[in-house]
Design a protein. Structure first.
Length: 682
């Protein structure tokens, strides 16, 4: 091996030539590029040392994320967070926020006030000046002054001072008022003792962002008011008094003055955020809990929305964490594990399929934690990274969630059914391979048996789903060609509640139906592409027709539930009997209706010709139009999915249409006597 190594080195030597190496340079170093300055021009004098707050002014993006509108409002949040820390610590209960003309912002609290005595390490400077002119200085490192706080790195106030054209600070402590002023981070006066005060305490910070840093940007009154309101929601013990120049809110819904105080805390916040939207459960899951060993506490308010996207707003020590973090992970784990455990308790095997995606997709919630020494991702604190937060939040919320579910089984069953429905829909979307709907700019492929309507718009149009070509022929002759379309289906369609995903994809009748509707299904469903305003199931008025209608309703419930929720699905009510006597003709829907009409519409002992329709295909088109398709004379039943009966609906579909025949047999046994009694009464 050693000989091979030597031979390799020897073979490589002829490739190197002395003439290839720059004179006086070590072997392997690349030559200087033409025009490059010599190394002697780069020396110690080129090394800059930025002192005080100069690094902040040179590179503001490192401290506040940039110089855009979001960074500008981050300055306001830093000062407001300091006041909130005083309130959370129990030393303040009132904060005043004032936005003036000229882009001046004032934040005032009635807390303890920033210390003004000489600093032990810098005896010539007051603690106030040290805090506002020195990075990484403050009272939140040791945890002695603040048990929990949003300011962690000691750079918030000093960064705002560095990026302010002018900052004016007043401190009321020990019945004495002190004042200091700074411009672009540098003091323009020494700490002044203004004089005695008897009805004031706390800190007031008034500043104007430096236009050299933020160009023409100005504070948004609406955005600041929203920030103040969220802080008041997050800590129910504080009252925030908001005011601004009326000219800054002219033409907007933002008030010029407001007192923001919410005793309900996050529950009030959630109620305001989901106003006008229908929840899955009648009341939210809300509460608060303390972590063991004084590690902090957590507050939450959570519900689930029946329609549309949800949201989850999380906070750590009143700081918004838009990217979530470990506290959010704790909430997710508590919810998923708790709901699955409840499903196991109820012996609902489908609960095992529920994932965080199913449970949190429609969740609307607020989560706020207060923890010691929190760790954030960066100075802008968009994400909480404290590892212990996940464990603490999960443990605190899991027990509360279990009790909430057990406390109201009806509410819990409805939530479980909703989640199972979302899980099954997710699984179908994953398995489904659907032919994409053609775009409007290309020729639309429609099923061959579809007799489309002439109107191009959706408003006023209807699609009738009928059984077989015979019924389809009668319906096509009876329809209004301008607004009514007819799609004949071949016999009894597939039962999608018990069929596999492969059978569903391969079923031509259902594929034709989806193509005719135009709105797609599963994850490609788009209500805006629906080609008809109403879908009407029109089957024979007998047992077989009812069975086909049940199969179609099951299909829409499983594959296109949003159409049902939007009130687009209807059942036609064709007659089963025609009654005629002396030129008078009436139609009856069933046996009971026939007997009622015989007594009501005809004279006693009058000879009445009663004929029974064998099906829609045997009905003359004129009669079908008169009784079933004419909007002026017909009766339609709208199919609905009430949110409060979600579990009942899901259970009944599974019982009657699912894969377990023993459930259907039990249903027949339980209800056979009732049906016999109704038949006798009729």
């Amino acid at each position: 091996m050693n000989d091979l190594f030597k031979a390799g080195r020897a073979a490589a030597k002829p490739l190197e030539k002395a003439s290839d190496k720059p004179a006086g340079k070590p072997a392997g170093r690349p030559p200087l590029q033409p025009g490059a300055p010599p190394e002697s021009d780069y020396s110690a004098k080129d090394i800059e040392v930025l002192e005080g707050l100069e690094p902040v002014r040179r590179r503001p993006g490192m401290y506040i994320g940039g110089t855009d509108e979001g960074a500008l409002h981050h300055l306001a949040a830093e000062i407001l967070d300091n006041a909130m820390d005083e309130a959370v610590a129990g030393h303040a209960d009132r904060i005043e926020v004032t936005l003036e003309a000229g882009n001046w912002l004032t934040v005032r609290d009635n807390g303890r006030g920033i210390p003004v005595d000489p600093h032990p390490r810098f005896p010539k400077l007051s603690a106030l000046e040290v805090i506002l002119t020195t990075l990484h200085s403050g009272g939140k490192f040791s945890g002695k002054a603040y048990e929990t706080s949003g300011g962690l790195h000691g750079v918030g106030s000093s960064v705002v001072n560095a990026l302010a054209a002018r900052m004016e600070v007043e401190v009321a402590r020990d019945r004495t008022l002190y004042a200091h002023a700074f411009e672009r981070g540098k003091p323009v006066q020494t700490l002044k003792t203004v004089g005695p005060v008897h009805n004031r305490r706390g800190t007031q910070v008034r500043f104007q962002p430096d236009p050299e840093i933020f160009a023409a940007l100005a504070f948004s009154a609406t955005r600041l008011h929203r920030l103040c309101r969220s802080k008041a929601y997050l800590f129910r013990g504080v009252e925030i008094r908001w005011s601004c120049d009326p000219a800054l809110v002219a033409g907007s819904d933002t008030p010029a003055q407001a007192v923001l105080h919410f005793p309900g805390g996050l529950s009030d916040f959630l109620a305001a955020s989901i106003e006008g939207r229908a929840p899955v459960v009648p009341s939210p899951w809300a509460g608060e809990a303390t972590f063991p060993d004084g590690a902090g506490r957590v507050e939450w308010a959570v519900t689930w929305l029946d329609h549309g996207d949800g949201f989850l707003s999380t906070y750590a020590n009143t700081i918004p964490t838009p990217q979530g973090g470990t506290h959010e992970a704790g909430l997710r784990a508590a919810l998923v594990k708790g709901l699955r455990a409840y499903g196991e308790l109820k012996k609902e095997r489908r609960a095992a399929n529920v994932t965080a995606e199913d449970l949190l997709g429609g969740l609307a919630g607020m989560l706020s934690v207060f923890v010691r020494d929190p760790q954030f991702q960066g100075q802008t604190k968009d994400r909480l990274t404290s590892p212990e937060a996940a464990r603490l939040v999960e443990a605190a919320l899991r027990d509360n969630f279990d009790h909430w579910l057990a406390g109201d089984p009806g509410r819990a069953d409805n939530l479980l059914a909703w989640c199972i429905e979302r899980a099954e829909d997710r699984i179908r979307r994953r398995e489904q391979k659907e032919t994409p709907r053609k775009s409007a700019t290309r020729k639309l492929r429609l099923p061959g048996k579809l007799a489309d309507c002439a109107r191009e718009g959706v408003d006023g149009t209807e699609l009738f789903l009928v059984e077989g070509d015979s019924a389809g022929g009668s319906a096509k002759q009876a329809r209004d060609r301008e607004t009514q379309a007819v799609l004949p289906l071949r016999g009894k369609i597939l039962n999608v509640a018990s069929a596999s995903a492969d059978k569903l994809r391969q079923n031509q009748e259902l594929r034709d139906l989806i193509e005719a509707l135009g709105c797609g299904a599963g994850d490609r469903f788009d209500l805006g592409k629906l080609r008809y305003g109403r879908i009407v199931i029109m089957t024979d008025a007998d047992v077989d027709g009812a069975h086909i209608a049940a199969l179609l309703m099951t299909f829409f419930y499983k594959e296109l539930p949003e159409l049902v929720r939007q009130g687009r699905l209807f059942l036609a009510q064709p007659p089963l009997f025609r009654l005629q006597a002396q030129g008078k003709t009436v139609y009856a829907r069933d046996d009971a209706d026939r007997e009622r009409l015989l007594k009501k519409e005809f004279k006693p002992n009058q000879k009445v010709d009663v004929s029974r329709f064998k099906g829609l295909g045997e009905m003359p088109p004129a009669s079908l139009k008169e009784t079933t398709m004419d909007p002026k004379r017909r009766t339609l039943l709208r199919v609905v999915l009430p949110a409060e009966d979600r579990k009942f609906t899901a259970d009944r579909i599974e019982e009657l249409m699912g894969r377990r025949p023993e459930l259907r047999f039990r249903f027949i046994q339980d209800n056979a006597a009732k049906l016999d009694e109704e038949a006798v009464d009729a």
